[in-house]
Write a protein that binds this ligand. Structure first.
Ligand code: V0V
Length: 137
């Protein structure tokens, strides 16, 4: 089952500019930055406040990136909603059993050594859903 909202992912063209905007406008704090070559993204995690809640800013590193395609089609904005799960393989299998298309046969590497998979947005009411099994879980 789903444990909680892990993060909300927002596609941006310029990562540094977006970090600056979120920090200065909303007082969020950048707590992690990473480049994910497989996903062709540069990303930053911004903590919303002391109670938790994280926004993930995603910028493309190349034209083949899912984020590049999203920006071309839709412009900047919310690209995904991610949920934390204990076991991404089991969660993916359960959703497949309910008839949803998962994007990967096997989980791939996400932020901070997490394991991730995605539900196709056309099978989830137009929302790209990410499943996140945190590192060490
Ligand atoms: C595409 N569509 C979306 C969408 N992307 N709808 C809602 N949210 C999105 N993000 C719609 C699109 O408008 C089309 O609708 C339809 O889906 C099919 O589009 P498509 O051209 O066939 O598909 P693509 O080539 O745009 O690819 C869409 C998918 C792609 C979801 C398959 O973006 C993907 O593989 N995403 C998973 C990987 C990813 O997003 N990586 C970046 C984040 P119409 O026009 O047919 O109605 S990496 C990350 O989150 C990390 C590292 C982490 O959290 O740790």
């Amino acid at each position: 089952g789903l444990l909680r909202i892990d993060h909300v992912g927002i596609a941006v063209a310029d990562l540094d500019e977006a970090i600056d905007f979120y920090e200065r406008t909303f007082g969020m704090r950048c707590v992690h930055r990473e480049t994910n070559d497989e996903q062709q993204v540069r990303e930053a995690m911004l903590a919303v406040g002391p109670e938790g809640g994280v926004v993930q800013l995603l910028a493309p590193t190349g034209p083949g990136s899912a984020i590049a395609k999203f920006l071309d089609r839709s412009g900047p904005g919310v690209q995904q909603v991610a949920y934390t799960v204990r076991d991404v393989t089991a969660a993916a299998a359960a959703l497949r059993e309910r008839g949803l298309r998962l994007l990967y046969d096997e989980p791939r590497r996400g932020t901070g050594g997490s394991l991730i998979n995605f539900v196709h947005p056309k099978d989830a009411g137009g929302v790209l859903i990410e499943l996140v099994q945190p590192a060490g879980a």
